[in-house]
Design a protein around this ligand. Sequence first.
Ligand SMILES: [Fe+2]
Length: 389
Amino acid sequence: MTAEIDFFHLDLRKFLAPEFVFGENARFQAASYCKKLGGRKVFLVTDAGLLKTRWVNEIESGLNDQKIEFDVYSKVSPNPRESEVMAGAEEYRRSNCNIILALGGGSVIDCAKGIGIVISNHGDIKQFEGVDNIARPMPPLVCIPTTSGASADVSQFAIINNKEKGYKMAIISKAVVPDISLIDPVVLTTMDDFLTSCTGMDALCHAFEAYVSNASSSVTDLFALKAIKLLNENLVLCLNDPLNIQTRGKVMLASLYAGLAFSNASLGCVHAMAHSLGGYLDLPHGECNAILLPHVVNYNFDAAIEKYSHIAHEIGWPGNSQISAREFLFEYLQNLKKELRIFSTLGKLGVTDEIILHLAEKAIDDPCNATNPRPPEKKDLEDIYHAAL
Ligand SMILES: [Fe+2]
């Protein structure tokens, strides 16, 4: 096995990304972008936790300075629910807004996307589940991500929790790509350690799944592998020095790279299984990913040996016969979880044999399986859940 990495593919692939501004204090451009996009009244979507930070006040001051009216919607929970999307759309209409500004992590941005879909397309958010089911474009959407992991601010994905059926719906369409993302590492400094760890593992998972995806390309490979390298070098450091903007910035850049990669190459079994698991038990998305990723790598390995070996090289696999790339990756991911203080297993989170049957039933229908390098059967997903107990 050689450490040399060949990014060259000749398969036809497109690449889509929104306009984004990356760097310290990018958030201060929110009001002027809202104005440029024709914003008369802004629907500011955020959550209760962020209302306590200075970020919301700063955005409101900027909008006041530009004389743009706004309405704040903060009834968004982690794993945003379809009812929150529908209530948000109702409030948007009632307050006669014409642009959406999302300040938050993946949950807030996904909820904002859901609101935008319903505003333009009417009907219930559940109708738009799946790939390319959105006919009309959303109102303009400006995003300021406050976590470094979900990358909903650059992606073609929106994930909404269907509480009634107990799973997360994946909505995948270029209609949900925001108009502009203002990616500012300064806002990461109010994340606690657990959120830093979970969202960082989400970003790592995006990069892993995009890199081995059967829809990957020369362009997505470049972003995915660089994201893995940056996360390997910087994620744990954020826990020791959470106010360090340089380190936060590198993890934010990694999240952006991973987001660009997965938005275009799509994902795999980890996300299919995490959508089912997180929706059923209302668990943090990144925690679900962190638990499942080592076991999915183990399951997939033989279907993407070369690519997984590239990843292993990137994070320090010596490439000798002492330890195989498969073993190296499995141990690396298990150790990384411990360093990030994620100690849960599915068993500790309350998953039982009976629950696994339900989880696999839902997970097998998730569109993320379509790009997994090894096409799974339902029984395979049950086995992976069991391995993670
Ligand atoms: Fe994710």
